[in-house]
Each structure stands twice: as C-alpha cells, then as structure tokens.
Design a binder for this molecule. Structure first.
Ligand code: GSH
Length: 202
C-alpha cells in the first residue's frame, strides 16, 4: 500500500486528493512545518534527502515530485479516467498542464509567496530561499550522478535532455563550483551527436 508523507499546508494535498478520487487505500504519515521557519521537519529528511512534500513510499519505490507521483499512482490503475488516452488531443493538453503547474507556474507564484513574507531583520527572504534551494537541489543531483550514469539509470533518456538544458544554464551562471559529477555529466552530454546537432541552431 502507498504511504504518503504529508506536510501540513503543502502540495501533498494533490496526492491525497488523487488517491481519494481513485478510491485507493493509503497510509498517511503527517509531518508538521516548523512554526518559526515554515520549513519541513527533520522527520521528512529521514524519508528523502530533499525533505520536500509530497514523498510517497510503496515497497522499494520512494518518489518525490508531485507530478511524477501522480503518474506513478495513475499507472497503478490502468483503467482510470483521470489521464486522457495517449491517442487523444486531450492527452497533450493534460501533459502540458501537468508539467506547467510545477515547471512554469510555480516559480512566479512561490517567489511571490516568499517575497510576501516579512523578516524581522529586514533581509530579503527570497535571497536566502534561492541560495538554500539551489544548494539542496544541486547536492541531490550531484549525489544522484555519483550512483547513476544517467538520470534514469544506465540508459540515456528524455529526462537527460530536460536536465541537461537547465544544468547548462546553471553552469553558465557559475553555479556548479564543487560539483564535479555534474560537470563531468554535462561534458559527456555535450559529446552526443544529437546534442551537437541541436546546438547548431543556437
Ligand atoms: N516540485 C515539488 C515541490 C515540493 C515542495 O517544494 N514542497 C514544499 C511544500 S508545498 C515543501 O516541502 N516545503 C518545505 C520545505 O521546503 O522545507 C513537487 O511538486 O513536489
């Protein structure tokens, strides 16, 4: 049975909602935000190094990213009606909005949320947030690439194409100091013939 690690007032509501729509059974482990910092507690870090909600655990699978978790759950119920058929026009609308929520919309919305928070000492909360999140994400990526050649395992996949283009931006901004695995990975991606063909277009 799927266990959801739920953080109060968080995106993990998406996962509970989906499981309820599908009438699937689940266990829930509740984690409470630190009342001072609003951040997740240590208990969530024990489940996943990013310490973000949602995280699900199902047997050997531990998965973060709410969009990926939605897909995982839908795969458990092939007859579900919550994911349009792949041969329909609706499927591509579905795919676009599924990724849009976290891919494009969350950056301006969450930045606005952070900027709306007051700090007692007058510091800019967004600066601290970006620095912390960046190091957290880059450490997670660096550690993943220590144990895997590609993001999904031993084989190159579309996930590598998605990740490489964002990591290149980070590299160009000088954000990859002390990240040898990411730098090596980017160098190997840039060797790919298809990457080089794509790069001809600027
Ligand atoms: N893109 C991730 C975002 C995860 C995320 O940022 N979760 C927030 C709650 S909505 C969190 O755990 N915040 C607590 C923290 O950063 O310490 C997803 O969709 O799952």
């Amino acid at each position: 049975m799927i266990t959801i690690h739920h953080l109060n007032k968080s995106r993990s509501k998406r996962v509970i909602w989906l499981l309820e729509e599908l009438e699937m059974p689940y266990n829930i482990v509740e984690h409470q935000r630190d009342p001072m910092t609003n951040l997740s507690p240590e208990s969530l870090k024990l489940i996943h190094p990013l310490a973000k909600a949602p995280v699900i655990v199902d047997g050997d699978v531990t998965l973060c990213e709410s969009g990926a978790i939605m897909e995982y759950i839908l795969n458990q119920v092939p007859s579900n009606t919550l994911r349009p058929n792949v041969d329909s026009d609706a499927y591509y609308h579905y795919l676009e909005w599924l990724h849009f929520a976290e891919g494009s919309l969350s950056l301006p919305v969450i930045s606005s949320l952070i900027m709306s928070m007051e700090t007692r000492d007058g510091t800019k909360p967004l600066d601290g947030y970006i620095a912390k999140e960046l190091q957290l994400d880059l450490s997670y990526i660096e550690n993943t690439l220590r144990v895997r050649r590609y993001f999904s395992g031993d084989c190159f996949s579309a996930a590598d194409i998605m990740m490489t283009v964002m990591l290149e931006i980070a590299e160009n901004l000088g954000l990859l100091e002390n990240r040898p695995k990411i730098i090596d990975y980017l160098a190997s991606m840039k060797q790919r013939q298809a990457y080089q063909k794509a790069t001809r277009f600027g």
